[in-house]
Each structure stands twice: as C-alpha cells, then as structure tokens.
Design a protein around this ligand. Structure first.
Ligand SMILES: *Cc1c(COP(=O)(O)O)cnc(C)c1O
Length: 383
C-alpha cells in the first residue's frame, strides 16, 4: 500500500500504471500492538462489559472533542436513535435528513414511527441548507445533517435555520471524528452529535459509537436509556463498593459499549490525528494527480473546515467517457484496486419508496452524483 502510493507520480500518465501484484482492498483497519495488548489486558481483568475502560474512553473522547458529555454506545445507529428518542421524536413527527447518506440516518427516524423528510445535497455531497429550510413544517421535530465523507456541512447556515425555527440539530458525524469547522471540533455544534466506530471508519472499535452533547439533562437521559433505563450500571453494582439494588425508571434500550470495544477505542483515539494526517496527505496526492484529467472531478473542498478524509469520492464526468461507472469499477478491479460507492440515495431504496412514497426524480443532485461516484481506497498503510 505505502509503496504503491508513494511511487505514484503526480502526473496523469501515472493513472495507467502497470497492474498491481496484489489486490488493494477498498478498506482495511489499522490495529496496532497497543490495541491488541489492551484487549488482552481486558480479557484477563475479569471485566468484559461496560466498566472502567469504557469510562476512560468516554473521558478521553470528551476531552478530544471538547464537549461537556460523551456517552459510549454500541453503534452510531444507536447514538442517533437515542438522540431522537430524548428529543421526543415519535409518531406523526418529521425529521429532516439528506437523501445522500447511509440508510441508518433515515432508518432511526422510521424506527420511532416518524417520517424522514429527505432533502437534496450539493456537489460537496453535503445537505443544502436552503433545502432544509424549504422542508420545515409544523411537524418538524429535528434536523439531521450528515458530514459526508468527513467534511463538515455548512454549519453556520444550518444552525441559523435551526435557531430561527427553534429546532434541535442532531449531527450524523459517522465520518467526521476529528474534523473541524472554523477551528472547532465536530461534536460541539449541534444539540447532539453521533459518531461511529464501525470497522471501516476512521477510528474503529470493531463496532461502537459515541454521543456528545453539552446538555446535562439530555446526556443523563441518553446514558440511562442506553442501558435498560437502569439507574445504576453493572460495574457500579458488582464492584467492591457497589450495591445489588437498582431502579428502572424507563423502558430503556441495550446500547452500551463493552470494555473490549473501549480497549480498541482508547488507542485508536490516540492515533487518530496521525491517521487523519496520512489520509489528508493521500487525498492531496490524489487531487493533485486527478486535477489535470478532464474526465474526472476531485472532491469539492471548503476553506476553514479540516476534512477527516473518511472517504475520497471521485466524480466521473460520464459525458466525456465511453464507459459508465460500473465498467469504471470493473476496470479498476481488473487492475487489482478495490473501490466502493457511497451512497445509494435513501429515496431510491424500496422501503423508502413503498413506505413514504419517494420516487426516482425527487432529488436530482443526489441522483446525478450517485451515477458518477466512486470511493477510492484511502487509509493508513498496514506495513
Ligand atoms: C457508518 C454510518 C452510520 C452507522 O454507523 P454504525 O456505527 O455502523 O451504526 C451512520 N451514518 C453514516 C453516514 C455512516 O456512514
């Protein structure tokens, strides 16, 4: 991986190199000896589920982001679901979600019996603030922007719209751990922010997620709901000073993170800035190499937003090509390069068409992008 990337000259002939000898997977996690040793330490400690390591990971994450609270959970999907739950989203409500995202962003709205009001995106893959404002109705309960690919949305515009309409913003920051907007880390802007530590994400715990918020009451309730609605977790019950007694104050969920996951997270967080620096370096090399090629477009970059570079999404200028996106992917595969597509717009998915009446043609920008996008491998090397 390292060898290939560092030997690519920044000129277009480099884009027709000889075939690689081994397959370059689209994604590969970078797990070091520190993570492995920490997992083994946890296995030997006699405590596997939510406990001291989860608390340490939360504390370190809270400090890294600069938020008042950080609550570790088992996925970003759970984080988003908890966020909407404590904001009171339910049957008959509407939540505004960009159509150009992973299905989880919209699924959690559907889980709560509410309607995901899908809106279109711009050339930078992020939600259009004007589209959010146009979609607000008396039933709107929340706005859920997604910092797609790891670059922050136009938060100033989105937060101004939210303030004008007295609506909370729940950020899907699954791609954006470590990203900044005007010098401040993502996780400190909206009412609640949700992060993902899924296997393919910039920081991985195998599976996992984190919620950040500055709101004491929402934080307390999300923590409670993340573990059955019990007012005392198992670590506090089973430790030397603990008590067996607990009260269930609400029918909560089962969303807690285990200390095994936190063992990975603690060390991944320490390495995160270095991971992002490598991703940024590769992304800049890609952009420098691709800018001279009229058939493809590198991603749109905004000033004053530090990109986390979770994804490098190339846009094909199909009008200038004789092959389509599927053939382009096949050509790369035949040259031993794995790629992916992020994302199939939510409104093209059968469930969203059948349940909410969305149709092809509803969101022209997202559909135009969808036919042209390819995500390239972009991750720190393993060797
Ligand atoms: C990965 C992802 C999620 C879901 O994350 P999990 O931790 O797997 O639940 C949500 N939104 C977006 C945009 C994602 O890419």
């Amino acid at each position: 991986m390292k060898k290939t990337l560092t030997t690519v000259p920044l000129t277009s002939p480099a884009l027709c190199p000889s075939r690689r000898e081994s397959f370059l997977p689209f994604v590969s996690p970078l797990i070091g000896e520190e993570e492995i040793a920490e997992v083994i330490d946890t296995l030997r400690s006699g405590w596997l589920t939510t406990g001291p390591k989860t608390r340490r990971f939360e504390e370190q994450f809270r400090e890294y982001v600069g938020a008042r609270h950080a609550i570790a959970v088992n996925s970003c999907t759970s984080a988003l679901h908890l966020a909407l739950t404590v904001l009171g989203v339910g049957r008959g409500d509407e939540v505004i979600v960009p159509t150009f995202t992973f299905c989880a962003t919209a699924n959690v709205v559907a889980h709560l019996g509410a309607r995901p009001v899908l809106v279109d995106v711009d050339q930078d893959f992020n939600v259009k603030p004007e589209a959010i404002e146009a979609a607000i109705t008396p039933r709107t309960k929340a706005i859920m922007p997604v910092h797609l690919s790891g670059q922050a949305c136009d938060l100033e515009a989105i937060l101004a719209i939210a303030a004008r309409h007295h609506l909370p913003v729940v950020e899907d920051a699954a791609h954006a751990v470590g990203a900044t907007y005007r010098g401040k880390k993502i996780g400190t802007f909206g009412k609640i922010t949700a992060f993902s530590f899924y296997a393919t994400k910039n920081l991985t715990a195998g599976e996992g997620g984190m919620i950040t918020t500055d709101d004491d009451q929402l934080a307390q309730r999300m923590r409670l709901l993340s573990l059955h609605g019990m007012n005392c977790d198992a670590w506090n019950r089973h430790s030397a000073s603990g008590s067996w007694y607990y009260e269930v104050t609400e029918a909560g969920f089962k969303n807690n993170m285990s200390d095994l996951q936190a063992s990975l997270g603690i060390h991944q967080l320490r390495k995160l800035d270095a991971f992002i620096a490598t991703r940024t370096n590769y992304a800049q090399r890609f952009t420098a190499a691709f800018s001279a090629i009229p058939e493809i477009e590198p991603p749109v970059i905004h000033p004053h937003r530090q990109h986390a570079w979770h994804l490098y999404i190339l846009r094909l200028k199909l009008e200038r090509l004789r092959i389509d996106r599927a053939q382009f992917i096949e050509e790369l595969r035949s040259r031993q390069i794995g790629t992916s597509v992020h994302f199939i717009p939510v409104h093209l998915q059968p469930f969203y068409q059948q349940t909410f009446g969305y149709r092809r043609g509803d969101f022209p920008n997202a559909e135009h992008l969808y036919e042209r996008i390819i995500s390239l491998p972009l991750y720190p090397p393993n060797d």
